[in-house]
Design a protein around this ligand. Sequence first.
Ligand code: ADP
Ligand code: MG
Length: 352
Amino acid sequence: PEGETLLELDGVFKEYDAETAVEDVSLTVKQGELLTLLGPSGCGKTTTLRLIAGLERPTRGTVTIGAETVAGGSAFVTPEARDVGIVFQDFALFPHLTVKENVAFGLTDADEEERGARVEELLDLVNLPEHGEKTPDQLSGGQKQRVALARSLAPEPEVLLLDEPFSNLDVRLRVEMREEVRRILKEAGVTAVSVTHDQEEALSISDRVAVMNEGRVEQIGDPAAVFEQPESKFVASFLGRASFLEGRLSEGKVETGIGRFDAATLEGYDTTYDNAPVDVLVRPDDVRATPATGEEADGYVLRRQYVGPSFIYRVELDSGETVHCLHNHVENFETDQRVAVDLVADHPLAWY
Ligand code: ADP
Ligand code: MG
């Protein structure tokens, strides 16, 4: 039932001769939930999916699906015997089979009538009721992805795994299909684990996000929590544009070169930290630049980047530190222009 843990990894390691691909990963996924593993290339995302699917055996730790330990100790359930579906990056449709035949492929148990009914149901779910007789080469990228999803969902797997599901789509379609894939998974009610290196994608489609770095899960939580309350500098810089300023704690304040804020907002702060150096996270909308007037200057514009509705200025401060400032078109600065920079956020994050 909804809300109960369906999938659990407990202290899972995967070691190869020379390196550890997955290191002490523990996580749970609830029935009907969509969890995304987010992290840079090589951080162990695909290996984690393969461990869930049974395509790899953990070096240590256990994997549990439902009530069954599928890997751990002497237990090992083969991929075929696990109730797990996979959507491949390249969709892996059978080119010589029609859409209907592709979707029906995994439905070996049911009789023909049941199979036909199930295929119709799935084509409705993925919004392709008119395309059943086509072959994959007659479909657009988005339609192929819909067929791949329908085929993986047809046997009603307990867990659906999606490895970089949008990487074969162009940028515009990618954004459109994010919403569609989430809708389809939610309507199907399947428990899903997806993988991406794209933070915007992870934040927009997931119920929860697990941020991975060098084989480990650094933080797991709902999208807003991992973005707004990153627990490490890695998570902060992976989930958005981030600069770090050197700060110093003093009398309940954190002082930086461009402003100060209340230290009480820092987690775990107490006065014993006074005079300690801290790294202060500064996001582009945490700072404002203004044209320098006389002595009021903190640095100069190194680079400006046009990002559609706004500009992002990279400012080198006279301290040698750099920050990114987000500005609309009204305030326009030139490269090399001297500017004053102020910290406008009142609750920045910092690490001791
Ligand atoms: P990601 O999907 O996050 O890009 P992977 O899980 O594919 O990362 O890989 C994690 C690390 O494990 C990488 O450094 C990769 O080189 C290594 N790795 C993955 N599979 C193998 C393998 N079969 N043999 C040796 N090393 C591997
Ligand atoms: Mg991968």
